[in-house]
Ligand binder design. Structure first.
Ligand code: HEM
Length: 425
């Protein structure tokens, strides 16, 4: 592995891994506190007619969907669980109309039924809990964390957002997929440009061409000479249909899947690791507890995803007229599945607004549920766990830099995190 590539200074890191920039790229509006507004809405009912974007005063970003539809907002745990567990009624084809997904192509997040199972099944085995532990962790995660920490541990200070949280997931998913380490940052710059609301159509098309060509080259090599990586799993996957015909993924299907994995794998974990460290370091008692009892690390990660998920809002379409939580929803309506609101449902969690390390485990929805449950959740958990354990081992007196602005969790309704996390040790 090229150590230099991992720790190289580059202004692109600052551009890519800032929540305020990311929110602007998505055309969203920064809202510092979404949770008091969500609580007020949830108090009005578990399912409201209208859009949370409008309710919270942001306004539905005009570019976000290519088709307008009536919106309904699911706000409690039970209603959101019903939405994600019944994908024949509440389908994911709404993402066909979702601007950020247009550049990814048709992916498993848009699909349902057999098509979804078949394509997700092509790589599912590489994302199990066992694979996270025995493949992702020793092959990439531990080594990347070691290089990143070695770069700053002797300096006595760091911005964990830029020097750890941002770099670890991007380099992990790039290597897991099978792209060269040197390509990671340039690839992500271009991939994010294809999803951006802030570039011209020509710039977006040029970026899409770079992404496409990089992946086509890698796919072509795997077709000749498979390796131990995700691209090879995709090129080698074959499915036998009921009529006995054998089906293999074509280049377009593989490219779309990879674009989704790279976008999801490099972004969410960056932000959630920052949120978890925020919860631990803004209350030094939390950091001391986790540092001194490592069985609390996984608990801290689980609680941070419940308390402040980086991905508050997802979408579905009602495939037929349906009554849900006492509300009639017409066929064709768009449902806003607000996992952030569901995860603070006071009928399920006591004192839901507080991050608590001693909270008994209860299933939440930060990784979704039903057939579209996040495929990368064990990889994300492994990355965060290795990073936090390594910090506790190597810089145990880690604390926020008293001379720097305190980090805050901020962002839009679709992605939240911290812009910086300046620490001393
Ligand atoms: C803390 C980190 C993460 C969070 C909070 C998160 C959250 C989610 C959620 C809520 C969904 C469901 C979306 C829906 O139902 O519409 C999802 C799906 C997905 N996630 Fe993650 N994710 C994380 C990390 C990752 C990573 C590391 C990867 C890849 C390595 C990944 C890849 C995916 C994919 C491919 C899907 C689509 C699954 C499907 O449609 O079957 N995610 N994620």
């Amino acid at each position: 592995m090229t150590t230099n590539e991992l720790v190289r200074e580059d202004p692109a890191y600052q551009q890519l891994f800032q929540i305020t920039n990311e929110t602007a790229r998505r055309g969203g509006v920064v809202i510092e506190d979404i949770y008091s507004g969500l609580a007020r809405l949830r108090d009005q009912g578990p399912l409201l007619k209208g859009s949370i974007h409008d309710f919270l005063g942001e306004g539905l970003p005009p570019h976000l969907f290519t088709h307008s539809r009536p919106h309904f907002a699911a706000l409690d745990f039970e209603t959101n669980s019903s939405v994600v567990n019944n994908d024949d009624i509440f389908s994911s084809r709404t993402y066909d109309e979702y601007f950020p997904n247009q550049a990814l192509g048709r992916t498993i997040i848009n699909m349902g039924g057999l098509e979804h199972r078949r394509i997700r099944g092509a790589v599912q085995a590489l994302f199990t809990m066992l694979y996270a532990r025995d493949w992702w962790k020793p092959r990439w995660v531990e080594e990347i964390v070691d290089v990143l920490l070695s770069d700053f541990e002797r300096k006595g200070r760091a911005d964990l957002n830029q020097q750890l949280c941002a770099r670890l997931p991007m380099h992990t998913i790039t290597r897991g997929l099978g792209l060269d380490a040197e390509e990671a940052l340039a690839f992500r710059v271009n991939l994010m440009a294809t999803l951006s609301n802030l570039v011209t159509d020509d710039e977006r098309a040029a970026a899409a061409q770079v992404v496409r060509q990089t992946m086509l080259n890698a796919v072509e090599i795997r077709r000749r000479e498979p390796r131990d990586d995700i691209l090879s799993a995709l090129t080698g996957a074959s499915f036998t249909d009921d009529d006995g015909s054998v089906y293999q993924l074509d280049d377009e299907e593989i490219l779309s899947f990879c674009r989704l994995l790279m976008a999801a794998g490099g972004g969410t974990t960056w932000r959630q690791l920052g949120i978890t460290l925020h919860a631990l370091l803004t209350d030094p008692a939390n950091w001391a507890a986790v540092r001194d009892d490592r069985s609390l690390v996984d608990r801290a990660i689980n609680e941070s995803t419940r308390w402040n998920t980086t991905a508050p809002l997802f979408y579905r379409i009602a495939e037929r007229d349906v009554r849900l939580s006492g509300v009639d929803i017409p066929a064709g309506a768009r449902i806003e599945a607000c996992f952030a609101a569901a995860n603070r449902d006071p009928t399920r969690w006591d004192d839901p607004d507080t991050f608590r390390l001693d909270r008994p485990f209860q299933r939440h929805l930060a990784f979704g549920g039903g057939p579209h449950t996040c495929i990368g959740r064990f990889v994300a958990q492994s990355e965060m766990s290795v990073a936090i354990n390594a910090l506790a081992d190597r810089v145990p007196d880690l604390r926020l830099d008293p001379d720097a602005p305190a980090p805050i969790i901020t962002g839009g309704l679709e992605q939240r995190g911290v812009d910086h996390m300046r620490v001393v040790f």
